[in-house]
Unconditional design. Structure first.
Length: 258
């Protein structure tokens, strides 16, 4: 079974389906590598102007990183590589000429939200569940979430979402400015088609130039390196071990000084 499925959307767009529905499309290392490879292949096709990211199963864009893979990280160097690779893939989306659109139906948590944050536009259903719960695991977002979320919704709101792990729905995400459209699940395909159709009528070189100009001040490699280093440092702590173990045991972790 392919982890990423490609589907044409009209003349100028392609949809990339994250295809791990039983795992709520958790971002395994293999899925991330396939996502990167297929995106770069589409980027080389001059007819493709837009890429839509969506999750199979209708329950999640992506529930987050594959925590089984995260739990197997055995050293700080390995953790740093893990975060840096994820950051590089998502940063490439922000720097690509292609206009990227994330469709959030159901969960977009942790790495799933970070994928959406790396996209240019976001569409969500009313009942979407959007958040960055990593601090509850003794970790932090490692794929750019600490940098991109504040730029979209403001520092105060972003800090609360990061520190509390609060999950918001699609309506609140629209009020925050996190998503460009919110509606019922039954309206989602129509919204995707409408967005693609509107952008298909615009000059592709001008769209790419506007994206480059808007993004030119947004991405700082130094800040992302600091995020990756902090993720790697936290992976070595007892808090991270407690948090991950509690997740697998389906219990509430107790972060204390013992």
């Amino acid at each position: 079974m392919a982890l990423i499925e490609v589907e044409p959307l009209g003349t100028y767009a392609s949809r990339l389906w994250l295809n791990r529905p039983r795992a709520l499309n958790a971002l395994s290392p293999a899925l991330m590598l396939d996502l990167d490879e297929i995106f770069r292949r589409l980027e080389m096709d001059p007819k493709v102007r837009m890429v839509v990211f969506q999750g199979r199963g209708g329950k999640a864009l992506a529930v987050g990183a594959d925590l089984k893979a995260v739990a197997e990280i055995s050293s700080g160097a390995e953790a740093l590589t893990y975060a840096a690779q994820g950051q590089a893939i998502f940063q490439h989306f922000t720097q690509s000429r292609l206009i990227t659109i994330a469709v959030i139906q159901g969960y977009a948590l942790g790495g799933g939200l970070e994928l959406a944050l790396a996209c240019d536009l976001r569409l969500a259903t009313h009942s979407a569940k959007i958040g960055l719960p990593e601090l509850g695991l003794g970790l932090i977002p490692g794929f750019g979430g600490t940098q991109r979320l504040p730029r979209l919704i403001g520092e105060s709101r972003a800090l609360w979402m990061l520190l509390s792990g609060e999950t918001i729905d699609g309506d609140q995400a629209e009020r925050y400015g996190l998503v460009n459209w919110v509606g019922a699940a039954a309206e989602l395909e129509s919204a995707i088609a409408s967005t693609v159709e509107i952008l298909s009528q615009k000059a592709p070189q001008a769209m790419a130039k506007v994206k480059a100009l808007v993004r030119s001040q947004a991405e700082t490699s130094m800040a992302l390196k600091q995020e990756a280093a902090a993720f790697a440092e936290l992976m070595k702590t007892d808090d991270a071990k407690k948090g991950l173990q509690a997740f697998f045991d389906r219990t509430i972790p107790k972060f204390d000084d013992d």
